[in-house]
Design a protein around this ligand. Sequence first.
Ligand code: ZN
Length: 200
Amino acid sequence: MKHLLKISSGRYADEDASQYRWQLWLRGFSYERSTEAWVRPVGELGVRRYIRYAKARGLRYELLDKNLQRNTVYKARWVRENPPFLGMYLCTYCGRIVLAKNITVDHIVSVGRAKTSLRYSRSGRDVNDIRNLCGACRDCNTVKEAKGGLWVLRGKIFRHKGMRLLRLAFRLLFLCAVTALAVYLWQYGGVPEEWLSPFL
Ligand SMILES: [Zn+2]
């Protein structure tokens, strides 16, 4: 499988790709003036080696493979396939009710993460695939950014509408139980004695 690897300067001054320009040039990378980055098509064998090379020098790298690029239509497609209910959505991550105009469409495995993931590239999955998209409130989308781990797990579970509704039902049930208990305590001024009898 062919990859297109891009290497550019890191975050700090001493991780400047231009100081490695000869090395990169000798390794077959060509300079892209518009992005100030070095690009080279690499085969399955070379890609690990060049990623190691970039990592060791603190340089940024990303795969420019086609299936890892954000496209321009993913939002519209998600909205088309997930019409709002009464003008509302449930946030995939926190479960809160969001007005349709405030919903954001999030990549569950973020584009930034996918671009540095050989595994993702090899899988051939498109980062804009509907299975990698979910609806999120602005707060969650801002906090999540490119995080992985539990965020991705939550996204994968709750991108299914049934799971979101189930979560909402559990929360409402819990709320009802707490309210009922509070009303009971307020009415009778305490927990009934028989509830405590096992501990007394
Ligand atoms: Zn949220």
